[in-house]
Design a binder for this molecule. Structure first.
Ligand SMILES: [Zn+2]
Length: 169
């Protein structure tokens, strides 16, 4: 089932999410809805707070469902390591149409659980490393806008306020 994606500046997007404690049918349903919503957007990643659910769950698929076997589901993920640096353009389904260059580590390792509660570790570099950091940021209430320098962030925030006033956001 598709769920509406909340947009910046909704307060829910800026609060840390709580760890999942029960690997049950409700979690399965949440994850399935997140995958459907990510593919429909289309996007390459989605975190539960983006559909208004304050839990530490995210899904990533760099092919956005176009290729099989690329879907990653992470419950209660945390970084094991981060190193290097990359500078690339980045966007967010909760800040549609805006992109900005964000500095991120080039390689990361993340440990978490899958939908059944089994432990898993994901090693990522390049775009996957960026997506992992972007989604884990969401679980801490951090948006890519918060990773920008003041002037760049202010410029986007001002444009969004203008769109809001015009009823176009
Ligand atoms: Zn995002």
């Amino acid at each position: 089932m598709l769920r509406p994606i909340v947009r910046y500046p909704t307060a829910d997007l800026q609060k840390p999410a709580a760890p999942v404690t029960a690997f049950d049918a409700e979690l399965e349903r949440l994850i399935d809805d997140m995958i459907d919503t990510m593919y429909a957007a289309p996007g390459i990643g989605l975190a539960a707070p983006q559909i208004g659910v304050p839990l530490r769950v995210c899904v990533i698929d760099l092919s956005s469902g176009k290729r099989g076997g690329e879907l990653i589901t992470l419950v209660n993920p945390e970084f094991v390591s981060r190193d290097g640096m990359q500078l690339e353009d980045e966007g967010c389904l909760s800040v549609p149409t805006f992109t900005a260059t964000v500095a991120r580590p080039a390689r990361v390792a993340v440990r978490g659980r899958d939908r059944r509660g089994e432990e898993l570790t994901i090693d990522g570099e390049g775009l996957l490393a960026r997506a992992l950091q972007h989604e884990l940021d969401h679980l801490d209430g951090v948006l890519f806008l918060d990773r920008l320098r003041g002037i760049k962030r202010d410029l986007i925030v001002r444009k969004i306020r203008k769109l809001q006033r015009a009823g176009k956001w």
